[in-house]
Ligand binder design. Structure first.
Ligand code: NAD
Length: 474
């Protein structure tokens, strides 16, 4: 029988009369039912978070750290069950799902060690001025479907560490592993500190505009990010937005073709390309273009596209029908324009499951939709360039500015290029590495603010300056 999951509100697991179906993208079968919350449930969750904030914000930070670490421990202890559930709802192969579950637990533990110490602004004969950080209050967290567990946990951990409480909404497409974690952590955090509620996309705007929520932390598309900014402006809520990207990888002529081919492949095709910081445009120097594009196509030949639960699958299905249709549309547009395919491109629309074959494009023009738009699927355009100045200009010619990579033996040259890229993160000779201790945030339309590191943590706080006049006549 299909399991009906519950939400976590005020320390209790709760159900609603209305439920939503969650599908397995590998076979389109219903694998779970989850509550469909509306305004009433949201009001209850926010009220519980507001009440809990009174005590939680005054709980010593070391006790808060211990709660976060205990949650991470519960996730690790149940990793086996969780990664299988994650594959069934998200589609990613088991090894990648395992990486997400352990990665989320590791990220929580690492983030729990951060601190925001007081800063002395002035210590003179006249006065002592000190800045302390105070928690903003109740946080609304809104999460997408590509890394549902990682994204949820990377919002819960800093919120709790800063002394905030949270109402978190998973994506309606991928709520199951997060709701299973809700069951596991129910008795770890005090009631109301973490609330997890599910609902249709219509629940998002209710969160954004809720008068008793003080901050929104959101990961998702740029289009939704703009709506959130607008909704949050009504009462000037604080916002952190992690949005889309169209990341460029630049391969210089000195790169070792055989060594980088496989890494470049996975920088685009991990999680079936559904990663905000996946390489979505690969620029290869003309001297090595033919050799490297052939080597990447060779890697593709040995990678199996299929059900993530089957051993040997390297690339799973697209997570949902809407995204599947969008990726198919981009491929069709490339065909209609006569662009050349190195591999892939033939989707079977009548098949069960949202499978798109590994698709690699051979030097499409810069204004092709498949280059200019974020594909968010297993589709990668390879493009030829001649000079460094030219490739920097092409890489920066995007409304996005999330991340990028440079591949070269000459790391000084790599840094020189990195410093000219208009993105929040640039990797040299690696990809997709995010550190819990370094701020991660997009430039331009890829985001607003940052997550991770002290900078990310400080976004859950206000600065408060306390000044003591030392020579006051009172
Ligand atoms: P999405 O914007 O459609 O949905 C994200 C979340 O927002 C979901 O929980 C959804 O229910 C909710 N939502 C939808 N409409 C809303 C509204 N009007 N107000 C408030 N909430 C609303 O994004 P998606 O399709 O789930 O995710 C894919 C996108 O996320 C891609 O563009 C990808 O690049 C981006 N992404 C960014 C990062 C990052 O860290 N920068 C990470 C992962 C994904």
């Amino acid at each position: 029988m299909t399991k009906t999951y519950q939400n976590l509100i005020g320390g209790e697991l709760v159900s609603t009369a209305d439920t939503m179906e969650v599908l397995n993208p590998a076979n389109e079968e219903v694998i779970g039912l989850v509550p469909s919350c509306g305004k009433d449930e949201l009001d209850r969750a926010v009220a519980a978070a507001r009440t809990a904030f009174k005590t939680w914000s005054k709980t010593p930070i070391d006790d808060r750290r211990a709660v976060i670490q205990a949650m991470a421990g519960a996730i690790k202890e149940n990793a086996d069950e969780l990664f299988r559930l994650l594959t069934s709802e998200q589609g990613k192969p088991h090894d990648q799902a395992k990486g997400e579950i352990y990665g989320a637990a590791g990220m929580m533990s690492a983030q729990s060690t951060l601190s925001l110490d007081d800063e002395i602004n002035e210590d003179s004969d006249q006065r002592l001025s000190r800045t302390r950080r105070v928690p903003v209050g109740v946080v609304g967290g809104i999460v997408p479907w590509n890394f549902p567990v990682m994204m949820a946990m990377q919002k819960i951990a800093p919120a709790l560490l800063s002394g905030c409480t949270i109402v978190l909404k998973p994506s309606p497409f991928t709520p199951l592993a997060t709701l299973r974690i809700a069951e596991l952590i129910k008795d770890i955090a005090p009631a109301g500190v973490v609330n997890i509620i599910t609902g249709e996309d219509t629940l998002g705007p209710l969160i954004t505009e809720h008068p008793d929520i003080d901050k929104i932390t959101f990961t998702g598309s740029t289009a939704t990010g703009k709506k959130i900014m607008e909704g949050a402006s009504k009462d000037l809520k604080r916002i952190t937005l992690e949005l889309g990207g169209n990341d460029a990888s630049i391969v210089l002529p000195d790169a070792d073709v055989q060594k980088v081919a496989e890494q470049l492949f996975w920088s685009s095709f991990s999680n079936a390309g559904q990663i905000c910081v996946a390489a979505k445009r690969i620029y290869i120097h003309e001297d090595i273009y033919d050799e490297l594009s052939a080597a990447i196509a060779e890697v593709a030949k040995n990678v199996v596209v299929g059900d993530g639960a089957q051993q040997g699958t390297g690339v799973g299905p697209i997570q949902n029908k809407k995204q599947f249709d969008r990726v198919c549309e981009l491929i069709q547009d490339a065909k209609d324009n006569g662009y050349k395919f190195l591999t892939g491109g033939n989707v079977d629309p009548s098949g069960t499951g949202y499978y798109v074959p590994i698709t690699i494009m051979d030097n499409p023009p810069e204004d092709a939709r498949i280059v200019a738009e974020e594909q968010f699927g297993p589709v990668m355009p390879l493009m030829k360039f001649s000079t460094t100045d030219e490739v920097i200009e092409r890489a920066n010619n995007s409304e996005y500015g999330l991340a990028g990579a440079v591949w070269t033996k000459d790391t000084d040259k790599g840094v020189e290029i990195a410093e000219q890229l208009e993105t929040g993160t640039v990797w040299i000779n690696e990809f997709l590495h995010l550190s819990p201790f370094a701020p991660f945030g997009g430039h331009k339309q890829s985001g607003f603010g940052a997550e991770y590191g002290k900078e990310g943590l400080s976004e859950f706080t206000y600065p408060q300056v306390i000044t003591i006049k030392k020579d006051a006549a009172v």
